[in-house]
Write a protein that binds this ligand. Sequence first.
Ligand SMILES: Nc1ncnc2c1ncn2[C@@H]1O[C@H](COP(=O)(O)OP(=O)(O)O)[C@@H](O)[C@H]1O
Ligand SMILES: C=C(OP(=O)(O)O)C(=O)O
Ligand SMILES: [Ca+2]
Ligand SMILES: [Mn+2]
Length: 657
Amino acid sequence: MATNGEVAMNGKGTGTPKSPLRKIATSDKHDGICHDMSASTVKAQTIDELHSLQRKKSAPTTPNKGIQGSFATISEEERQKQQLQSISASLASLTRETGPKVVRGDPANKIRPISKDHHAAVPAISVSDSSLKFTHVLYNLSPAELYEQAIKYEKGSFIASTGALATLSGAKTGRAPRDKRVVKDDETSEELWWGKGSPNIEMDEHTFMVNRERAVDYLNSLDKVFVNDQFLNWDPENRIKVRIVSARAYHSLFMHNMCIRPTLEELENFGTPDFTIYNAGQFPCNRYTHYMTSSSSIDLNLARREMVILGTQYAGEMKKGLFSVMHYLMPKRQILSLHSGCNMGKDGDVALFFGLSGTGKTTLSTDPNRYLIGDDEHCWSETGVSNIEGGCYAKCIDLSQEKEPDIWNAIKFGTVLENVVFDEHTREVDYADRSVTENTRASYPIEYIPNAKIPCVGPHPKNVILLACDAFGVLPPVSKLSLAQTMYHFISGYTALVAGTEDGVKEPRATFSACFGAAFIMLHPTKYAAMLAEKMQKRGATGWLVNTGWSGGSYGSGSRIKLAYTRKIIDAIHSGSLLNANYKKTNVFGLEIPTEVEGVPSEILDPVNTWSDKNAYNETLLKLAGLFQNNFATFTDYKIGKDNKLTEEILAAGPVF
Ligand SMILES: Nc1ncnc2c1ncn2[C@@H]1O[C@H](COP(=O)(O)OP(=O)(O)O)[C@@H](O)[C@H]1O
Ligand SMILES: C=C(OP(=O)(O)O)C(=O)O
Ligand SMILES: [Ca+2]
Ligand SMILES: [Mn+2]
């Protein structure tokens, strides 16, 4: 080939070109070597040295404060040692080793020498193979590091065109409430809600330990585990420290986004977690184990402050599992936990949006004209509201840039995109594609929403909006509620959705989920209801029922209320204009409905106007009223509040027919 800068022709070397081609100039040094002089050379002798130049050491986690007051801060080395000890203790098998040998970092990189005073594992009873090796701990990795781990090691992980991490949650693409178990012991048997309608399916302490050991053994058998130390609740007085041990970068990034991210300084003083999740989702539970009815098990032990996940990789289990824990811990402190979205206007007016999955909490709390406090889980204390989480978890089926620009724009680097379908070449996501699941999701840190309110706290709510997606099409688009009606509908927790994508299913199915979150509450619904009533009364909040579902007929003949109209209704609630509108009362449900709302056609405000077949409307209305009545029968024996007055009012606030 070409040598000395001359073009070789016909494979014959440099001698006699057939055509007079110009000689290609190389360098002015005539040493016979081709020099590329466009840039100066790097200061490295080997490729490894070059790689090491690329990565600057992170700032030390302990700013060198020296001696403060009379207390000397511990050395960085000592602090790191304590941190590893704490993680080793979390991962300890309770029947064998005191804790695995843990070491920080990726096992793909070099193993560090074993330090002489390594704390780990004087075997307690007997030793397992996993105690002979190191368990590498990938501790609070950054999103960039987690991307690399996911893409390198987790099948089905890809970078979408917007920079989000597209991933798969495996066989389970939604929560499995029937596989949730709660340890029943002396204390919880008294305190918690058990039996019909309750989400708490019992498990004994021993079986919990069997599953815990199974999860811990699985995690310790791996070369590496991910550990996230983070916080729940933006109210600093009631912050909970959580540790999540998991086997997938996907799970670690999801929780990085969903929980509150500690600053370096907060992480330094983290100490022992208040609650720990062992997520061994890839590994099934054992069907021969008592209480197991499938290969998935999500087990909560309040006494041990631990949760074990086996046999489901759906990340939402972790988020909602911690929410259950908050539904237990917070009411003990007279703080109400709420399955609601929350936002705040420029004047500090706060609104709560309660509703079951898919009714619009995330969509309607994400409002370009208001500050977002949170989309799903909140606390209401004596000082106001606080978000429990540090991120949002939006449904993204049929997501459109035009209708939901803030959510659309939040899907970028750092965001986890679950179970979506994308073009294999351009990596553009097709949000309409339901091939993997209808429940496609995006999880992003709350600061990805431009008008998020950080810290995510606010004053006492002015409006409490109950969202129901009524696929029967008989509830009005908006009603103003009395306190008793608010309680009646809060305890009922109604929504009706169309039955998924199954063929031939035309009838909408009613769901009643107490407190709009029966899957997550731990105490009897009336306990939360009584707290809500007391708080709303004390703070003068107004209750509203908003139907984000069907109008002009049931599913099949009518159509879903336009999101633009629902937004206008919500605007009128926020501005206060709806409070002073003219109202009339509906039959059967006795709801106060406005005669006018700015920007909304008046005829749709009373659903009877939108049905062409008035008989069908009346029949459907009575049918729904009957479903409400049947559902509420379970609660008629319970007293709410200090006297019987409120209880009687609540019972009278249901449909009359
Ligand atoms: N009128 C409406 N109000 C609210 N959401 C609507 C409406 N019409 C359609 N939708 C769609 O319904 C879904 C509501 O889901 P989401 O806000 O994630 O519910 P949640 O947070 O309560 O689970 C979104 O996909 C939204 O685009
Ligand atoms: C993540 C969930 O919540 P939502 O649909 O209310 O956003 C869920 O219920 O699993
Ligand atoms: Ca939910
Ligand atoms: Mn949501």
